[in-house]
Each structure stands twice: as C-alpha cells, then as structure tokens.
Design a protein around this ligand. Structure first.
Ligand SMILES: *Cc1c(COP(=O)(O)O)cnc(C)c1O
Length: 395
C-alpha cells in the first residue's frame, strides 16, 4: 500500500490547476506590463485572478500582492509592519513561540536590528489564549503576528478574537494562514485580519507562488527592487501561470472545505484513537481545535527519524516535524513550545492527509505504526531502562 501522509509539507497539484496553468502558458504568455494586445491579454488574466483571490478571502483586489510563496509573504508583512512602526518609534512586536521559521527567523533578524519581540507562551493544547496576546500588547507595539493553524500540530488559533483585540488596541494584526486557507473557513474582513500570508502548494496548487493580503492603508515595503509590478511593491514579471494555478486550486479547495472536513474528521479521529492505544504515547495538540487532516503523536522510547524511514519502507510517507527540521537533530521547536520534553519531542510523528485518504489506508497506518514503534522500542536500551524501572516514563 502507498499512502502520502505529508500534505502539510506539500500537496499534489490538482488536475484543474495543471490544466489552467498549461492553458495560460500556451495562450497567455505575454508580459502584462506590455502595452500591446498580447501583453494586455495577460494583464486581464492576471487581474482576473487577483479579483477571484480577493473574493475568496473577503478583501479588495488591490489589497493583494502576489509573492513567491508563504515565506516571502511572511517576510514582507513583518518587515513592512516593523518599518511602519519604526517611523513612529514603535519597535515592539508580539508573536508566539511556535510560529513557522519564515516568521521566527524574520523576527530574530529584526531583534538584531533593535526591535523587541514578546513570544507569547503556547499552552499544552497548542492553542494560544486571547488574553495572553492582550497582555503582551504595549504602547509601542507595532505588530501582532500569530499563525492561523500550526503546521506541525495542526491547532487552530482564535484568530477573529485576537484580531478584535488588535483592532481595539489599534495594532496591525498579521496571520500566517498558509496551513489554513482551503482547509478551514478564512475571511479577512469577518476575522479582523489586517495582513495574511498564504501559499498555493499547501492547497493543491503549484509550488513557488503565494500572496500577501494587506488591508488598504498599510504601507508595504519592497523586499525586491526593480520594475513597477504589483503597485511597485514586488518587482519582477508576474508568473501568471502559477498565479492562475493557485487561484484555480484555491477556488476548488474553498468550495469543498465542508465536504472535505466531513470526510476527514472521522478518519482523523479514528486514527488518533487507534494510535493512542499504543502504550506511552500522546496526541500533540488539541483533539478538536485542529485541522481536519492533521494527526501528530509522540511515542516514548523511539526516534522519529527511524520511525519515518521504517514507515517509508512500508509505503507510508509522513514527517517527524516540519520539512525544515527533518535532517537536523534539533527537536521540533513547536513540540518544545507546548512543553514536551526533548526526548518525547524526538519521538514524534506527523501524519497529514487530504480528502482522498481511505478507511483502508487509515487501518494500514494504525497497524504499521504500532508494529514499527514496538520494533524500535525492542531495540532501545533506554526503553528497557524505563520498562525495568531504572528510568521514569514521561508519558
Ligand atoms: C509551508 C509554510 C510556509 C512557507 O510557505 P512556502 O510557500 O513554502 O514558502 C509558511 N508558513 C507555514 C505555516 C507553512 O506551513
């Protein structure tokens, strides 16, 4: 059996997106900045895609800037808010300890440039409290940035409520919604969001394309200098094929959110129940406030890396954290942020599904994860030390 269970890392491009992209590459290959008809036809397609994306997010077309993906959108949002803040001598930012590295590393860079960042603590269930954000906001806060859904443990944050607090305190609010758009309901107006990042390849669109929504009035700073594309804020000839592929995938994903959630949630919960029967294991993240397709478990006494490789041999493709941390020996910063000890964090497994997953595949995963965990534990001196009472169990 073959099961791709790493949809939080990337998703398979949908057929509709591929078809739409091919059509653009064949028929609308002009440069939208050109004044001739070929260029203007490309411009029309580009602006049509922007209108559709805006309608799906609940904003105005001119509030959308196309980027190379989620990372660039995160960088642009945060750097812009920081520059806007610095002009008013506001150099404090509120975020959380379990953001994506695109956010965390941008914040680290700003700290070196003299900004102060408060990383709000994440409770054990992986859901940040509105109160903790409210308490962290100061007179000199120029940005609050909190992710919509966590990419490792899938937990959903109280975005509309955090947005309401930011409105009340008159602080711009950015959310990295890369894992959320196309998976749960997102509407920037209703949810009080001032800036939002998304990325096509997390909802069955192509890689290398994303967008930043920034509410009218927020001044964006260029990360890339050059031509006047994207209202002068993001130079470089637009990748219209990818933009159209993204919007096609986004329309499909948004249209099927409820249908897909209804398919996924019972399977997700059955998988969680099945894997929780493994002794000394735990679910990471809230059992309910989580993405429909996300399961993240820790198994004491195993190495996540070994678990992944042995599961791959059995046709199950999963992840032990984010794609960026696999390959390094550092435990996941997300699991540490929710208070998992290093050793437990090391033995974690993330399985992320799309709506095509079948009941047979779920059964296969339950059976094989159980077998592999047992196999690895039987080879581990540390495990035997725990079983024999020479060391304490965490879980
Ligand atoms: C994947 C991801 C990103 C990065 O998006 P890219 O398009 O790969 O640059 C940022 N934030 C989150 C939460 C993600 O899951």
């Amino acid at each position: 059996m073959y099961i791709y269970a790493d949809n939080a890392a990337t998703t398979k491009t949908s057929e509709a997106a591929i078809r739409a992209m091919t059509k653009v590459m064949e028929e609308t290959w002009g440069n939208p900045s050109s004044l001739h008809s070929t260029g203007q036809r490309a411009k029309e397609v580009l602006e049509g895609a922007r209108e559709k994306a805006a309608a799906l997010l609940g904003c105005e077309p001119r509030e959308i800037t196309f980027t190379s993906g989620g990372s660039e959108a995160d960088n642009m949002a945060i750097v812009s808010a920081a520059k806007n803040g610095a002009r008013k001598n506001k150099k404090h930012i509120v975020s959380t300890a379990f953001e994506h590295h695109a956010v965390l590393h941008t914040l680290k860079k700003l700290e070196k440039e003299g900004f102060e960042v408060t990383y709000v603590e994440v409770p054990e269930n992986g859901v940040v409290t509105v109160e903790s954000i409210r308490d962290a906001i100061r007179e000199d806060t120029c940005l609050v940035t909190v992710m919509f859904a966590n990419n490792e443990i899938g937990t959903l944050q109280p975005i509309a409520e955090i947005g309401a607090v930011c409105r009340e305190k008159k602080v711009p609010f950015h959310t990295d919604a890369v894992q959320a758009v196309g998976h749960v309901y997102v509407n920037v107006k209703e949810q009080n969001i001032d800036m939002l990042s998304l990325s096509a390849h997390k909802f069955h669109g192509p890689r290398g394309i994303g967008l930043l929504y920034a509410k009218r009035g927020i001044i964006l700073s260029n990360l890339i200098e050059g031509g006047a594309q994207e209202r002068g804020k993001r130079a470089g000839t637009e990748d219209i094929a990818s933009i159209v592929g993204m919007v096609t995938a986004m329309e499909e994903a948004v249209r099927t959110i409820d249908e897909h959630a209804a398919l996924l949630i019972p399977k997700r919960d059955r998988l969680i129940a099945g894997l929780s029967k493994i002794p000394h294991s735990t679910l990471n993240g809230d059992p309910e406030k989580r993405l429909p397709g996300n399961v993240n478990m820790s198994f004491e006494g195993v190495e996540g890396e070994s678990l992944l490789l042995l599961l791959d041999d059995r046709g199950i493709e999963a992840s032990s954290g984010s794609a960026c941390t696999s390959g390094s020996l550092d435990p996941s910063h997300v699991l540490l942020a929710i208070g998992r000890p290093h050793e437990v964090a090391h033995g974690s497994l993330r399985l992320t599904f799309d709506a095509d997953v079948t009941d047979e595949q779920i059964d296969y995963v339950i059976k094989n994860v159980g077998e592999v965990v047992e196999y690895l534990r039987n080879m581990s001196p540390l495990w035997f030390a725990k079983v024999e009472g020479r060391k304490e169990f965490y879980l």
